[in-house]
Design a protein around this ligand. Structure first.
Ligand code: PHE
Length: 431
């Protein structure tokens, strides 16, 4: 459940619907599902297995496998750690907005309208302040260690988030315009498919399953030897994809309902206006249309989203913290504070130069670095690790796996197909 909590986050509720809406709808959804099943899921099994074998931070786990080239293992592990930090630096800004939207209705209720307004309007001051709040929450949790509290939170709150989605989806379909969104979401228009869309879908799948950056290796290292890794990975992938699918089923119809209510969603040429902001325009407009009930539902929704973002951000911070803590023997407490502070500094720089930096950092880290690092793990698992050691590890918690179809396909698949496929997706737009 902790791994599922790390996977479910802004990637599902902000990234996926935004990407789907800006890439033509159903065609993106289908390619995304393909990417999930064919690339992200096998790589999730790979990362969890590497982590559980290593029983340590990603750098040390990789070194344990790549004994002959410890330097390269350290360099790759450190790159993953830096990428996780980069992702957290922009993620914290977005998550801060969620805090703003959760607080605003409550403040407005007690007459503090101007503060409520400030919290929901784009501006450097509020971006920085809310980012600080979110980072403080993240550091607070990571300082105390991951495994205990978070798993309980995730397992209790995830079903609530799911039910809230179902209620909101039922509501949105009573509104005019919703079916246009449903058509866009479910009826593919293949003219949208091109190399760029496939790159986006792959990056989104890797981002959503928290791959490449070592987060799943860390969570793998916390798994007991009695856990069936392939099954766990399957459950995480299904929960994650389910939440993303329902988020799309809500947001795309809600876009057209908002448009029907006079909110500007598309520009004159029919393109989505400011796509990164889309969800933060569409959702409040949805809650507003529900009247007083909407205020309560809105607060509940954004509070749940802050928690979902928190279970993801702690996974990101956990990567550099576990590396620093184990590699230098400094206390977890200090490591979390120092690294949280440094990443916050980076966030502040991004927030102060939002227009020029935000998209760049997000694209570089999620669209390119995550799949490319994933490709490296596929190579390590397939070409460096001995098949026997791999089997010994994955057999624990699942003794019958040796005779299963999974074992006949997966090692070979990760060795040959995954690295080539990831590379091809990148190269294809240029040929
Ligand atoms: N998967 C998380 C989400 O969907 C983001 C994440 C990326 C978490 C990388 C950890 C590591 O929001």
């Amino acid at each position: 459940m902790a791994a599922a909590g790390s996977a479910v986050g802004l990637g599902n509720v902000w990234g996926f619907p935004t990407q789907t809406a800006s890439n033509g709808g159903a065609a993106f959804l289908l390619i995304y599902l393909l990417m999930m099943a064919l690339l992200a899921f096998p790589m999730l099994v790979a990362e969890l297995t590497i982590g559980r074998y290593g029983q340590s931070n990603p750098i040390a786990s990789l070194r344990k496998i790549w004994v002959k080239n410890r330097l390269l293992a350290t360099i790759l592990g450190s790159t993953a750690m830096l990428t996780a930090s980069m992702i957290l630096s922009f993620y914290a800004i977005l998550a801060g907005w969620l805090i703003g939207f959760a607080l605003a209705p409550v403040l407005a209720l007690v007459g503090l309208d101007s503060i409520a307004n400030w919290l929901t309007t784009f501006g450097t001051g509020r971006n920085v302040l809310l980012t600080v709040c979110f980072m403080m929450m993240t550091v607070f949790v990571v300082r105390r260690g991951v495994s205990d509290g978070i798993e309980k939170w995730s397992s209790r709150l995830m079903p609530v988030l799911f039910v809230l989605f179902l209620i909101l989806i039922a509501y949105i379909f009573t509104q005019e315009g919703a079916t246009l969104g449903l058509e866009m979401y479910l009826i593919p228009d293949w003219s949208h498919v091109n190399g760029g869309l496939v790159v986006n879908a792959m990056g989104q799948a890797f981002f959503s399953l928290s791959l490449g950056v070592g987060a799943m290796m860390v969570y793998g290292s916390y798994l007991g030897k009695d856990v069936n890794i392939a099954k766990t990975a399957g459950q995480v992938a299904v929960i994650d994809t389910g939440v993303a699918f329902f988020a799309g089923l809500l947001i795309l119809p809600a876009m057209f309902v908002a448009k029907n209510n006079g909110v500007q969603i598309f520009n004159e040429v029919g393109e989505l206006i400011s796509s990164g902001n889309l969800v933060f325009v569409v959702l409040p407009s949805l809650f507003q249309s529900m009247g007083m009930v909407g205020e309560v539902v809105g607060v509940a929704f954004f509070v749940l989203m802050v928690i979902a973002a928190l279970t993801s951000s702690i996974a990101m911070l956990e990567v550099p913290v576990s590396c620093l803590q184990e590699e230098t023997q400094i206390q977890r407490d200090k490591a979390a504070l120092v690294l949280g502070g440094l990443i916050l500094l980076l966030s502040a720089v991004i927030a102060a130069n939002f227009e020029s930096l935000f998209d760049w950092v997000a694209t570089a880290s999620t669209l390119y670095m995550q799949p490319l690092l994933g490709m490296c793990w596929a190579v390590v698992l397939g070409w460096v690790w001995s098949r026997k050691a791999l089997l010994d590890e994955i057999k624990q918690g699942n003794p019958e796996i040796e005779t299963s179809l999974f074992w006949r396909i997966w090692p070979w698949y990760v060795k040959f197909v995954c690295p080539v496929a990831i590379l091809m997706v990148f190269v294809y737009p240029f040929v």
